[in-house]
Design a protein around this ligand. Structure first.
Ligand code: GRF
Length: 204
């Protein structure tokens, strides 16, 4: 099976997917391409190191979101993905693009959704005095960070924690749960039905 990963930055979640395919946590699948809107995304370098195809698609080359997303979809579809993984891809996606991949595109968002959609989630959780924080893997729908949640992991926030400390704690969990969910999907245990996530026949 083919997994295509979209990212804009470090790519630690990409690395977790690559490692999971290698270690058999994800079975019978591989990351076939990594696509980035940023040329200097370290995730592209991670892909090159292990011989995965990379595509850099700069937003500046396109007139508007529609035409960018069309080009993006063409690039993705060359690799005939069974699953599209958003891993820190820092762009809003058009409705048409989202609909094209509906039910086969996942995202990881660094909060316990529905809390803290959008940016700066760790800082916002710390500033709110939350004792608990975490990350959510969800299907992507037209609503930003609003698609049905599949799996969450919680982490504590301790008094005096820095953003960096909380980020590291959350990312450790992302690297664990995102490959797990990808594997469920690729083993056809997980689907999106009627706007809800269904695992092994149970609505989540
Ligand atoms: C992750 O924390 C994820 O939750 C968010 O973007 C970050 C990407 O990190 N969507 P990385 O590039 O995978 O290291």
């Amino acid at each position: 099976k083919s997994i295509v990963v979209l990212l804009s930055g470090n790519g630690s979640n990409l690395q977790a997917m690559i490692d999971a395919c290698q270690e058999g946590i994800i079975s019978n699948a591989k990351v076939t391409a990594v696509i980035s809107n940023k040329a200097d995304a370290y995730g592209l370098e991670r892909a090159r190191k292990v011989g995965i195809a990379t595509v850099h698609l700069p937003a500046g080359d396109y007139q508007d979101r529609e035409s960018y997303d069309q080009a993006l979809a063409e690039q993705i579809d060359r690799f005939e993905p069974d699953l599209v993984i958003l891993a820190g891809f820092m762009r809003i996606l058009s409705d048409k693009f989202v609909r094209h991949y509906m039910g086969r595109m996942l995202n990881v968002h660094p909060s316990l959704l529905p809390k803290y959609t959008g940016l700066h989630t760790h800082q916002r959780a710390i500033e709110a005095g939350d004792k608990e924080h975490g990350t959510s893997v969800h299907f992507v729908t037209e609503e930003l960070d609003g698609g049905p949640v599949i799996l969450q992991a919680k982490v504590p926030i301790f008094d005096g924690d820095s953003v960096e400390e909380v980020t590291a704690r959350v990312q450790e969990q992302e690297h664990r749960i995102y490959p797990l969910v990808a594997n469920w999907f690729l083993q056809q245990r997980l689907t999106m039905k009627g706007g809800k996530a269904v695992l092994d026949g149970e609505t989540l």
